[in-house]
Design a protein around this ligand. Structure first.
Ligand code: ZN
Length: 387
């Protein structure tokens, strides 16, 4: 596409580290404007730039002796790429410099990090004013139903992670964000093919959406059901199968709690400023008004496990569990988070690469949505309705 061709290309990435200074050099085909800022808890440096195409060969890893613990980059939102550096000690960021092409190099963006006291780091940290406004997604993008149109149930399908946050990954390098987006798109198509649902995806491309933005989309759409799709990983490669999670203040077990903690890291991974926010997990309070929402969520979770069983492996022990997932927090929208399998298991991962498995899972979830809303369709009937 002509438009894609006009995006600046990142050709190379270098990191030089010595006692006085750590220097990132990003080599680009074209000059770009950047915003650099720092965030605390955990301490990070964020470099924002217009959308660029990353063509840099796998770049250098930090040597572990400097302040740079790790770094990552990717699309943060449409039109905006982001580079996030995790710090293991505080730094001051020098004024970024853009050097013109010379000696066979393209444009070079140079960002220097100098050792700094923690007090000064904290004093300087925070989101720049001009960016803060952009962080609130605009759920206004969701069109209201046309008057006179037959009422359809509204389903919001949430493909986890995206853009700069890849989620977990398998031994072959398959990424969670890629698999869940593909299943989400197939699920949308299968749901819409029944004629009974209006479906909104929280993301339809490889872009990052903050957790709260996903909840806001569900609420703005007045969703009847919110489904968040994820893929799990485990240090034991033997563990496989899908499991379903609903919201709870108290996790049903320690593994569910640590999974929620991992999934809730998404905003931190992407460099979202949470400092002005109440902790999204700590503020989960299930009051009486939420009981009904929660009951519906739990019923859906049980239903989807029965239909998924026909499509894919199910985790043998307690496949329905509960924990404090930030993305399930809308008080008025029944919601479930489906971990479609374990990307660390060879059998699960091999299936996840296939179109057949992705379609099968989408059809099974559609059948569960039908049962949940009382239309009682079988997966075979759902499959037949897809053009
Ligand atoms: Zn995930």
């Amino acid at each position: 596409m002509a438009e894609a061709d006009t995006k600046p290309v990142v050709i190379g990435l270098r990191l030089g580290e010595d006692a006085e200074r750590s220097r990132f050099v990003v080599e680009l085909s074209d000059p770009v404007d950047v915003h650099v800022f720092t965030l605390t808890e955990p301490n990070r440096v964020v470099i924002d730039m217009p959308e660029v195409l990353w063509r840099a060969a796998d770049a250098v890893r930090p040597n572990g002796r400097g302040p740079v613990e790790s770094y990552r980059y990717g699309l943060f939102r449409e039109g905006n790429s982001r580079f996030v550096i995790d710090l293991n000690s505080p730094v001051r960021v020098g004024e970024p410099q853009l050097l013109p092409p010379s000696d066979g190099f393209g444009f070079r963006l140079v960002v220097d990090l100098y050792p700094e006291t923690i007090a000064d780091f904290i004093a300087r940290a925070g989101w720049p004013e001009e960016l803060a406004a952009l962080e609130t997604p605009s759920p206004a993008a969701i069109a209201p139903p046309r008057p006179g149109a037959p009422t359809k149930r509204i389903i919001v399908v949430d493909a986890g992670h995206g853009g700069i946050d890849p989620g977990t990954h398998g031994p072959s390098g398959l990424l969670e964000k890629t698999v869940v987006l593909s299943v989400a798109q197939k699920l949308r198509d299968a749901l819409e093919a029944t004629g009974r649902y209006t479906v909104h995806l929280t993301r339809d491309t490889d872009v990052f959406i903050p957790l709260r933005g996903r909840v806001d989309i569900a609420r703005a759409a007045k969703a009847d059901l919110f489904l968040s799709l994820h893929i799990d990983s485990h240090e034991s490669h033997d563990i496989r199968g899908a499991s379903v999670y609903t919201l709870s203040e108290d996790a049903s077990d320690r593994e569910a709690a640590s999974l929620a903690e991992k999934e809730n890291m998404s905003d931190i991974i992407a460099g979202v400023d949470l400092s002005g926010d109440n902790n999204p997990v700590a503020t989960i309070l299930i009051d009486l008004a939420q009981r009904d929402t929660l009951n519906r969520s739990v019923r859906f979770a049980e239903t989807v496990l029965t239909t998924l069983r026909e499509a894919t492996a199910i985790r043998p022990s307690t496949p329905h569990r509960a924990a404090g997932f930030a993305v399930l927090k809308a008080p008025d929208v029944p919601a479930a988070l489906i971990e479609l399998g374990y990307i660390t298991n060879h059998a699960d991962e091999a299936e996840m690469t296939t179109e057949a498995w992705r379609s099968r899972v989408a059809v099974a979830i559609t059948a569960a949505v039908d049962r949940h809303f009382g239309t009682g369709t079988s997966p075979a009937a759902v499959q037949a309705s897809i053009p």
